[in-house]
Design a protein around this ligand. Structure first.
Ligand code: FHN
Length: 584
């Protein structure tokens, strides 16, 4: 009987992993799909944070100010009148819109989003609603956003403006961080006024200006709805909704979804059931900070773009130009590397959709559907040492397997134990990411490789974990090659590790974990709705087996197993795998 239940559960599980039938769309969905079409195909855009904060570049009165550089006015508690003086020094003589646009194009980016006004309240375009703008208040006197809009048009790249609609540290009615906690503005000379004065007097007129005067924006990127009220948001929405083809993000007012969501500084572990765009810095700050050298490598950035595409999202990658109008060389080099990789592999990114696989231990997958089949793009991050690339559970008919950057290079393949095996030469073609295309015919059929019961155990390896890192702070990551992968650098107590798994039958499961713990760590373990806590001993430099106890799983089906640090009781843990052993 038990075998029968397991068998039926597996049959249900397998069949539910085949591609779902396309559902009938309602008219609103058709309109929305049409509006989002170019954006979904684009996959990759450039974020530009540029403003007066590029002048101090992270330093105030000879002191390095901690935190992200565009927040220097708040972090260093600079009085409004003093900060305003930065405008007199701002003369970005080397600014060249055409060069920026060409760089974005070379990098393979399809759109640009630039700060028209950040939280410091300074408009980076010629505003008639406030003299505190780059044309009226600086020796530069040019409107860089106008020049950028012209260059984008000329070079056929889409353009969006960022606008900080609630926070405006310069205005008596603008909001600032902690206003919702009742804290005062740091500048006692700024006599407070009602928020609506600022909305009516500056935000609404400025949003009208940017929408009317720059040839029609493709994106309006709202930010930080701190202190935003529904009344104020409705006024701004009314202005923006005059442009129904313009795409807006979800940050105008917290309860509203906008056209897309905006995970910041982290990549969601799985896809989201809504359009989404990760915004990400290449170092730590958004604005220019001369001593911020915490650069992500080109390899990390290329793989991040691929990871996001494999989950169906976009990447908006930031640059912070300096006070002379130059994009830092460290950003340029990375963008060029991304562009070169994209030139060879463009078809595996643009216009593709999310991976049909649960997890691929060696990389990622994107796909493109055609009338008679699907092209699967396998992005191989870790080239197999045994010359066999195993694609778990691919059940479709296959007509061709070739290298995307050189389609003449074919690969031999065969099916074995329900998996596709691709013969991989001993030397990798691209150490960062080799893309192999697999042409499948007919309906795409993929059997999920979600962990499930096998020989009495459910095996949860490091490379099948979803790592929920905090947006800012230390990032845990997977290192090594399957089956020897390890989660390393788990030092931040906000980081949570999760696995999706299939429990074919309820029962008591014993937990075995293979971990290395430094110092004192207390961990909470949760399977379905049951939770236990484990105090981990310092294991020195060794991986040890830890058995925190048993958990009762009351229902079969897909569940989540999670590990999270007990707040205030965390030091550092590395994790190789977890095993759930059925004991009754
Ligand atoms: O506070 C800003 C920050 O400076 C930057 O502009 C980012 C970009 O998404 N948005 C805010 C933080 O969420």
């Amino acid at each position: 009987m038990r075998n029968l239940i397991v068998f039926l559960a597996i049959i249900f599980f397998v069949s539910s992993c085949f591609q779902p039938e396309k559902k009938e769309l309602i008219p609103e969905e058709i309109t929305q799909n049409k509006k989002m079409e170019w954006w979904r195909e684009a996959r990759f855009g450039m974020f530009i944070h540029w403003g007066l904060y590029a002048v101090p570049a992270g330093e105030w009165k000879g002191e390095r100010i901690p935190g992200i550089s565009e927040w220097i006015m708040l972090n260093a508690k600079i009085p409004v009148k003093e900060y305003e003086k930065l405008a007199e020094e701002f003369n970005p003589a080397n600014f060249n819109a055409e060069e920026w646009v060409k760089l974005a194009k070379y990098a393979g980016m399809k759109y640009i989003v630039i700060t028209s006004k950040h939280h410091d309240g300074f408009a980076m375009y010629h505003s008639l609603a406030s003299k505190y703008n780059i044309v009226d208040a600086t020796p530069f006197k040019r409107d860089p956003l106008k020049e950028l809009a012209d260059a984008c048009k000329k070079n056929e790249i889409r353009l969006g403006f960022y606008y900080s609609q609630a926070q405006d540290w310069h205005e008596p009615g603008g909001t600032y961080r902690d206003i919702e906690q009742g804290k005062s503005h740091w500048d006692p000379n700024l006599e407070r006024e009602p928020f609506m004065n600022y909305i009516d007097g500056k935000a609404v007129p400025q949003v009208k200006e940017i929408l009317e005067n720059y040839g029609g924006l493709d994106i309006l990127w709202w930010d930080t709805p701190i202190g935003m009220t529904e009344d104020a948001a409705l006024k701004l929405k009314a202005v923006a909704d005059e442009y129904p083809d313009m795409i807006q993000n979800n940050r105008l007012y917290r309860p509203w979804k906008g056209d897309f969501s905006t995970p910041e500084q982290h990549v969601p572990p799985t896809g989201l059931n809504y359009d989404w765009e990760v915004c990400m810095t290449m170092n730590t700050s958004w604005g220019y900070k001369w001593y911020d050298n915490n650069w992500k490598s080109s390899e990390t950035l290329i793989r991040m773009l691929v990871d996001i595409a494999s989950k169906g999202g976009n990447l908006l990658l930031n640059v912070g130009p300096d006070a002379l109008g130059q994009i830092p060389d460290s950003s340029v080099v990375r963008l060029q590397a991304m562009g070169q990789w994209l030139q060879r592999n463009s078809q595996s990114i643009y216009g593709t959709t999310a991976s049909p696989f649960f997890k691929l231990p060696w990389g990622r997958c994107t796909k493109r559907e055609h009338k008679n089949g699907t092209t699967l793009y396998f992005h191989v991050f870790n080239w197999p040492k045994d010359q066999i690339l195993r694609v778990p559970g691919l059940k479709s008919r296959i007509s061709d397997v070739y290298l995307v950057s050189n389609p003449g290079q074919k690969f031999a393949f065969k099916f074995e134990d329900g998996d596709l095996l691709i013969h991989a030469p001993s030397v990798t073609f691209d150490p960062v990411n080799t893309v192999i295309a697999v042409e499948t015919k007919g309906k795409l059929k993929v059997e999920s490789n979600m962990p499930t019961l096998k020989d009495g155990k459910i095996y949860l390896p490091a490379d099948f974990a979803d790592i929920h890192n905090p947006g800012y702070g230390s990032q845990a990551r997977v290192e090594g090659q399957s089956p020897k992968t390890v989660i390393k650098n788990w030092v931040d107590e906000r980081t949570k590790i999760e696995w999706m798994l299939n429990v074919p039958e309820p029962g008591k499961y014993k937990i075995n974990m293979y971990i290395k713990a430094a110092g004192e760590n207390i961990m909470n373990l949760k399977l379905g709705s049951e939770e236990i806590t484990e105090e981990l001993d310092d294991s020195g430099n060794e991986f040890v087996l830890v058995t925190p106890g048993e958990i009762d799983v009351k229902e079969s089906g897909n569940v989540t197993f999670s590990l999270s640090p007990e707040q205030g009781n965390w030091n550092e843990v590395e994790l190789h795998f977890v095993e759930l052993e059925l004991i009754n």
